[in-house]
Design a protein around this ligand. Structure first.
Ligand code: ZN
Length: 249
């Protein structure tokens, strides 16, 4: 034992946020796959080309925002890991900002698909809070434009038709290579880059733990597979990690 605590990487997908009332929009049964007119609102081409698509997008965001999603026991458990002094990095496929809302410092969270908590002007690149844009929608603007230059405002998410940010992918790759424990939580592990990251960690000798309600392609390779609901499973796993119980692959 060197006394150095192992780095824990946690990849999170839609499954960790469903207990916060956020549906899995992107998954195979999700709204975006089932409803082409909904998918247009999250696809860059139609979004930029059509004011009508943007008006629908803002209405949908306003409805989703009204849910007032809060972090659940799963998010809080991961923040607790950090507060207990365990080095942790979260790689999330989610855009809801709930890891940070639960108390994880932003620098510990890599947002693979960006964030829906901020907007950005497509012309002058000015950013601002999504909440401010939604207040303008509530006050009657159906397609709020950039207050600096009048350009189109968009969420700071990776939309369909856009590539993931190369720098973000590089960060995720580095974390997967350097962790000793890799938790894959609430992700089907079938979509790039989530499909690749556990393999990178395994190849470097990390211990892989899969927490997901449904089978994943990594179940056989994993050292442990947990099927219990995430908001129960994570507090238990975190307690073991804090005890140093999971550091041996
Ligand atoms: Zn602008």
């Amino acid at each position: 034992m060197t006394g150095k605590r192992p780095l824990v990487a946690v990849l999170t997908g839609a499954g960790i946020s469903t207990d916060s009332g956020i549906p899995d929009y992107r998954g195979p049964q999700g709204l975006w796959q089932r409803d082409p007119s909904a998918q247009e609102t999250v696809t860059i081409g139609p979004y930029l080309a059509s004011g009508e698509v943007r008006r629908r997008a803002w209405l949908m965001r306003r409805e989703a925002g009204a849910v007032g999603a809060r972090p659940n026991a799963g998010h809080r458990a991961l923040a607790e890991l950090e507060h207990a002094g365990v080095p942790v990095r979260v790689l999330t496929q989610n855009v809801d900002g709930l890891h940070q809302a639960a108390g994880l410092p932003a620098r510990k969270v890599v947002e693979l698909h960006g964030t829906a908590t901020e907007v950005q002007c497509v012309r002058c690149r000015t950013t601002g809070p999504m909440a401010g844009a939604l207040e303008r929608v509530a006050a009657g603007e159906d397609d709020p434009a950039c207050e600096q230059c009048g350009g189109v405002l968009r969420p700071r998410t990776v939309m369909f038709g856009e590539a993931l940010d190369e720098r973000v992918l590089q960060q995720a790759d580095t974390i997967a290579k350097n962790c000793q424990v890799f938790l894959a939580v609430g992700s089907s592990l079938q979509v790039h880059p989530a499909a690749l990251l556990p393999r990178i960690a395994l190849e470097r000798g990390a211990r892989l733990i899969v927490v997901n309600g449904e089978p994943t392609p990594y179940d056989e390779a994993a050292h442990e597979v947990v099927r219990t609901p995430i908001s129960q499973a994570l507090p238990e796993l975190v307690a073991r990690l804090v005890d140093g119980d999971l550091s041996e692959a």
